[in-house]
Every structure is written in C-alpha cells, then in structure tokens.
Design a protein around this ligand. Structure first.
Ligand SMILES: [Zn+2]
Length: 323
C-alpha cells in the first residue's frame, strides 16, 4: 500500500541535503553560478561514493548565499515534508553554511529559516558542526547553538566525515551545548565500526546516534543501547544508496529493533538518495513486512526521543492518536 497519507516523524534530515536539485539550479542560475558539474543528465545530483557525495553536497550549498535563500530552502523542504505527511521533523542546520559561523550572521539566517511555514508541519532545528571541518570550527558552531538555544533550536549535533579525528576532539563543543540545555546527537557507526559508537557515547555523551547501524556487529553495544535507551536515527535508504549495505534486506534495522534498541527512520538527504519518507515506509514494508502497528511504534519511539518540549510532544501525540 502507499504510506503517503500515514503521519510520520522524521528526526534525521540535513536541511541543505533536503534541497531539491531543481531548487539549487534555480538559485545558482539567479547568481550566475556554474555548478552544472554536480548534476547528471536527468538533473539529479551526481556522485559516486561518500567522499564525492560530501563534495557535491558542499558544492550545492554554494548556491545558498543569503538568509533569504535559506528561507526559500526551508519553505521548499517544509512543502516536501507536508507532501509526505511528515507532521514533525527535526532538521540539521549548519552555521558553517550560514555566514561562516559568524554569530550575528547566524542569527539572521536562523530568523529567516523560522519565517518559513507550512500548515500542519512542526519543524525544530538541531545546530550541527561538521566533523571534517575540525574542532575549532565545531566550537564556533557550538557557540552559535548555545546563543540561539530555545524553543526552536533544541539540539546540537555533529555530521560530516566520521573518520576525521577522534570524538574527544569535539567534547568541548558538546559540553558547551549540554550546559546550555541543548539535547545531543552525533553521527557515528555509519562508516566506522561499533568502536566509533562507543567512543561517541563516552566522549560526547549523546542521547541519540545518527545512523549507528554498525552497532549490530558488537553484541555488547547492542545490549548497552537497549539498556540505556540511546536511540538510533536510522536512514536505510541513505545506507543502501551509499553502499553501506547492499540491500534493504541486508540492512540491520529490523534486527536492532527486535532486540530492543530504539530505532527511528529518516531520509538523511532525500533527493541525493532518491528517497522520501513515504518511500522509506514502502521499502520497510516490502523488506520486513512491516505494517500499521510497526509504523505506529516507529512514530511513538521517534516522538519519545524527539528533542522538542513536552507541550509540542502533546500536540503531536494528539495528531497521531487521531489516526
Ligand atoms: Zn546524516
């Protein structure tokens, strides 16, 4: 069946990574910027493997140059979320791509993003540092997060190349964010193994892990995740598209869920991976035979580990109960 009209919650979505290629091309044309090399003949993003993906991603962000561009981006992302009946989403937003981590500029970009609105979709932001940009820039990103923490900026996280440096290089940034009351998540266990997840848990003391799929290779870690309730923001479509797993059947999401690990499903960077939340649900149905009860559980888990306040959770719960 089509899961398009089924309400959904998405916790792992990079705002720039959710930009439709057509939207990026329009912005680039307005600025006479030639980034045609990042598109294939059908107009989709073109890359081979993760490091090329990061390069194409960073090239695409060159078309996003002003707060107004980010407002339009956020509006377009909200429309795509509404189209897939995503009623609550948390987006990763990066001061690195919004005025080079200058606090004054960041405030302007943030205010512009918050002006975007689509009825029926609640959006919150998780300020994200980029691991391969290094610990110094991460501190500046964390400062932007701390200074703008509140009812909309609810978390701090880290994306980028997982094999760059050590988790502890970023402890200071995560400590700062934690002290400001922000909730914490970090990518780990996507490209590196279970030890990367252990290190991230120990050094950054996060309550959610982005991806974390390689935890499956360490039974002690799986047990630890199940016991402590640390949730995994799983993006199976992204993992299959980038070759982390050869197919949906091979993906460990079901195995992790079935042994008590809190799992959620998201799209990561949907147009890059040819996916949507509706498609993720459809693929989960065909790979695992999941149906309404499984998807309700997925929503419940996602809302439980969401970083928003309780009042927001109550509103979303009521909308889910109206199913
Ligand atoms: Zn991600």
């Amino acid at each position: 069946m089509s899961w398009k009209s089924f309400p959904k919650i998405e916790l792992h979505l990079h705002l720039e990574g959710a930009a439709d290629p057509a939207f990026i091309r329009t912005l680039a044309a307005e600025k006479s910027l030639d980034i045609s090399r990042i598109f294939d003949k059908n107009g989709n993003y073109k890359f081979d493997g993760f490091s090329e993906f990061l390069t194409v991603y960073e090239n695409a962000t060159q078309a996003l140059q002003s707060p107004e561009d980010f407002k339009r981006l956020t509006q377009s992302v909200l429309e795509n979320l509404a189209e897939n009946n995503v009623i609550y989403a948390e987006a990763f937003i990066s001061p690195d791509f919004c005025g080079d981590r200058d606090l004054g500029a960041w405030r302007e970009y943030l205010a512009a993003m918050r002006e975007a609105h689509v009825e029926g979709v609640t959006l919150k932001g998780i300020v994200t540092c980029i691991r391969h940009f290094g610990p110094e820039k991460a501190r500046e990103a964390a400062l932007c997060a701390v200074e703008t923490a509140g009812d909309w900026v609810v978390g701090f996280g880290m994306a980028g190349a997982e094999n760059f440096g050590r988790a502890r290089d970023f402890s200071y940034s995560f400590d700062m964010a934690r002290e400001a009351g922000l909730r914490l998540t970090s990518h780990a266990g996507e490209w590196c193994g279970a030890s990367s997840v252990w290190e991230t848990l120990k050094e950054l003391r996060v309550e959610r892990i982005g991806h974390g799929v390689h935890s499956i290779n360490d039974p002690k870690l799986v047990e630890h995740l199940a016991e402590t309730g640390v949730a995994l923001e799983i993006n199976p479509g992204s993992n299959v598209a980038l070759g982390v797993y050869p197919s949906w059947i091979d993906h460990p999401m079901k195995r992790l869920r079935d042994v008590g690990v809190k799992v959620t499903v998201s799209t990561d960077d949907p147009p890059f991976f040819g996916t949507t939340m509706t498609r993720e649900f459809e693929e989960l149905e065909s790979a695992y035979g999941w149906g309404i009860e499984d998807f309700k559980l997925l929503n419940e888990t996602a809302l439980e580990v969401a970083f928003c306040d309780l009042a927001t959770k109550d509103v979303i719960t009521k909308r889910l109960e109206a199913l």
